[in-house]
Each structure stands twice: as C-alpha cells, then as structure tokens.
Design a protein around this ligand. Structure first.
Ligand SMILES: [Zn+2]
Length: 481
C-alpha cells in the first residue's frame, strides 16, 4: 500500500479514496471553451487547476490521458458572428487560435482537443441510440430532446432532487414533453448553420458533445470529469443522464471534480459589469507564469478573488523559484563530487525531505495547492538560507530533485529543471548511499510510488537497486548514455 490520494467528489459530496477504474491509467475529461470570445482569467483558472491535478497524478505514477473539448458551434457563436457580420467558422477560428496560444503560455498540456464540428456523425449515432432505447423523442420542429423522466437518477449530481429546480431551455418549452427536457439535436432555423441528419437539417445541442467525444477518446467509462462549478447544472447533470442511458454504465464517471469561481473585487465577471479580464490583455502586463502560480495559490474548490496586488506575491514566488533553480544547477555543476556529508548537511537533507513529504500530504488531500505552495516556499527558504551555505553537491542534488518534483505540478521552471545535472559523471558511493537511505525512509513510510520512482531514476543513471528485505544493495550497471 502506498500513500492514498483522496478527492472531493461532487457526486455524493464527499471525500473519497482515489481508485481509478484501471490503474495505472487515469482517463480524464475536462469541459473546454466555447469559442465566441477571448479566453478570460476565469477559464484559465479551471484549465490550470485541472492541468495541475493531472500533473500531480502523473507525478504519483499514473498514466493520465487528458481530453479537453472545444465547442466550435453553439448559439453564442452563431449570434456573435451575426452581430459582427462574419461567418461562424471564421469567428470560431479566431478564438481557437487565442485559446491555443494562451494554454501554451500557461504551460497546459492537453492530449486531445476534439472539436464538435469534427464529430457530427458520432453525435448523430449517439442520439440514435438514445432514441432506440426510449430516452429521447423527436418533436414537431424535428429537434430531438432527451426525456428526463426516463432516467430515474436525474438530479443526483447537482443535488437538485425536485423537478421544480430542473427547468431549462425555456425557448422551446412549447414542443417539449416536460419543461425540463433538453435538446440533443436542434432543428435549423433560417440562416443558421446545419448538418444533415435522420431528423432533418440541424445541429447538436450543447450537452451531447461531451458525452460523445469523451466516449470516443476515452471509452465508455471515465475516471475524472472536471469543469467549473457553474457547469454542474444543467451541463454535467445532462451529460451524465445521456451517457448512463446510452452507454448502459453506472457510474459513467467515477469522480466529478469542480473548480471554484473566480471573482473580480468580490464580483462575478460579467459583460454587463464590464469587468471581464482577457488573458490577451493580462499577459501584456504579467508573465503567464505568474498567473499560473497565482491560480494555484488557493484551494481549487474555493472562490478566488482577482486583484493586481495579489499577483505581486506570486511574482515574488516565481522569482525565487527561478533563482533557486539556477543556483542549484550551478552548484551541482561547479562543485565536485561529494564524498561525505557531515551532520549539518544530513540535517539540511532531512529538512528538505520533510518539506517534500508535506507537499505530498497537501496534494494527496484533495489537491490542496495552497498548502503545497507553502511547502514550496519552505523548500525555497531552506535552499537560500542553508543549501547555498554548504559547498556540497550531494545536498544541492537532493534540493534540486525536491524542487523538480514540486515544479512538476506548478510547472513554471521546466526549462531550468529539465534534467538533474549530474555532469560530473557517475555519482560517488556516498551520494548513492544517501539516496538509498532516503528511499528506505520513504519505504518505511509506505510511500512506495516515490521509492519506486527513485529506483527508476537511478536505473536511468545506470545504478541498479536490489531490495533484499529491509536492506537495499546497489551496483553500477554497464549502460550506454
Ligand atoms: Zn461538457
């Protein structure tokens, strides 16, 4: 048994042990952007949070497949394009480009970015299944609706158990069986884009795309479904209803994770208040790395209030991380191999090890980035006040590895921490002994995933570890670099 990860599942509103369907694979889907305007800081929060969650799961040895869709056809896109007198395609392309540019700057890595308009036939097939199974109906206008009353678990995710709380899509209420049914396929109105379907010309409703594209890229069951809290109802409630009915699985999603909202001086961002902050504008003044760190400075489920003052402390943190990375790289490169560590150096190493354990404690407990960031600050204090004072490359390497692990999640110093710079060749015996000793401590604390990782990394450096009961022996392999 290794250290367990616990997550807060919106479904059931409780903290649960993280156990994916088929470890070590974790299938993760996050609702992406509707591209009708520039990406703003609120979107950035959701996407950075889920990117950091994915990175932590990877650090813990999981193989994460991460899908984030792009909604490139929707009422909002059609209306905005009409207002501006441009084609909906042109409008969508403009904002897809802006989105791609921003996520690159924020160091967000997405494995698949499926677009709705590239999956129309898959969507039609999925709707056909819902019709065949009696969970959907074709209305007078040739729109297709999901029959909410055919699914007895509706309301389970959002906690809305009363039908009075389910009303949605008022516009088409006249032709729906019940006011709370939602559109799977919308019949084309004059002047709107359309695709052919068995029910006539039209286009997909919003919710169906996520059920279809997640199934296509991740299969019928997914481990983590993420998005902002504002998507819980109706979007995620509807996705869940469609998927469980069409795919015949339950639960379709094992863990529903939702990130908190971002406010501006205590107010919700909105067009009417004129307080929407686009990344395009924000990045003119602030380094995207500062924004990334700031977005990970609070608990991901809580509200986060934007102010320029609060970004200053993230800027200071970024400077410290970059300075520490450079300092440690230099130390490791310039100091000769360490043949010995004295008691003071051992205590520094112990201090580093403690902050790394605290970091893992924080993130294993529902991805507490705020606490993890304070562990990072503690590590930086040790690096500047202690590691920098001893001329020992072994201590520098331990600090370097700890900082590298933390950066795997925070993702702001990749270029400085890409490789452990063991340029003086194969490390000396005392250094390996030391690493083996730290690994033994991790094993005593049952952190097997971390101890395995050390073994793997040493193996890459040509050092083979052999566990014999409580003891570990090591030897240098003959390998090519
Ligand atoms: Zn979605």
């Amino acid at each position: 048994m290794s250290r367990d990860i616990f997550v807060f599942n919106t479904l059931g509103r409780r903290r649960e042990k993280f156990e994916p369907f088929s470890p070590p694979i974790v299938k993760m889907y996050v609702c992406g952007l509707t591209v009708y305007d520039y990406m703003h800081i609120g979107h950035a929060r959701t996407f950075v949070v889920f990117d950091a969650i994915k990175r932590y799961l990877k650090l813990r040895g999981y193989d994460v497949i991460y899908v984030q869709n792009i909604t490139d056809i929707d009422d909002k896109i059609i209306n905005r394009a009409r207002e501006r007198g441009v084609s909906w395609k042109e409008l969508a392309e403009t904002y897809i480009k802006d989105y791609m540019d921003n996520i690159k700057k924020l160091n967000i890595n997405v494995d698949y970015h499926p677009r709705v308009t590239e999956h129309i036939s898959d969507i039609i097939d999925f709707i056909k299944v819902l019709l065949e199974k009696g969970h959907a109906y074709v209305a007078k206008s040739a729109s297709v609706y999901f029959d909410v009353s055919s699914y007895k678990f509706y309301g389970e995710l959002s906690g809305r158990i009363s039908k009075d709380l389910w009303r949605q899509e008022e516009e088409f209420v006249y032709e729906k069986k019940n006011p709370y049914d939602f559109a799977l396929w919308k019949a084309a109105k004059p002047g709107e884009p359309w695709w052919e379907s068995p029910w006539g010309r039209g286009r997909p409703g919003w919710h169906i795309e996520c059920s279809v594209m997640s199934t296509k890229f991740l299969g019928p069951r997914i481990d983590v479904h993420g998005g902002g809290q504002d998507l819980i109802f109706p979007h995620h409630e509807n996705e869940k209803a469609q998927s469980e009915c069409a795919l015949g699985v339950r639960p379709w999603v094992k863990y529903w994770l939702h990130s908190g909202m971002l406010t501006i001086k205590g107010e919700k961002m909105s067009k009417s208040l004129g307080n929407i902050i686009s990344l395009k504008d924000l990045f003119k003044k602030w380094d995207p790395k500062v924004i990334r760190l700031w977005l990970l400075s609070s608990h991901y489920r809580s509200y986060l209030d934007f102010s320029e003052e609060s970004l200053e402390s993230s800027k200071i943190l970024l400077d410290r991380i970059l300075r520490a990375s450079q300092l440690l790289s230099k130390m490791v490169k310039e100091l000769g191999p360490a043949y010995k560590v004295n008691s003071n150096e051992v205590s520094i190493i112990r201090g580093i090890e403690r902050t790394l354990l605290e970091f893992h404690d924080a993130l294993s407990d529902d991805f507490n980035f705020a606490k993890a960031q304070s562990s990072l600050n503690k590590l930086l204090n040790i690096i500047f006040s202690k590691v920098s004072q001893v001329n020992n490359s072994a201590v520098a390497i331990v600090a370097f590895k700890a900082l590298k692990d933390m950066n795997e999640v925070f993702g702001v110093a990749d270029e400085f921490l890409a490789q452990v710079p063991l340029e003086q060749g194969i490390p000396v015996d005392s250094l390996i002994d030391l690493i083996v000793e730290i690994r033994a401590e991790l094993r005593r604390r049952k952190l097997y995933d971390l101890s395995d990782k050390i073994r793997e990394r040493l193996s890459l450096l040509g050092i083979q570890l052999m566990d014999k009961g409580e003891k570990t022996e090591w030897f240098i392999k003959k390998v090519k670099y």
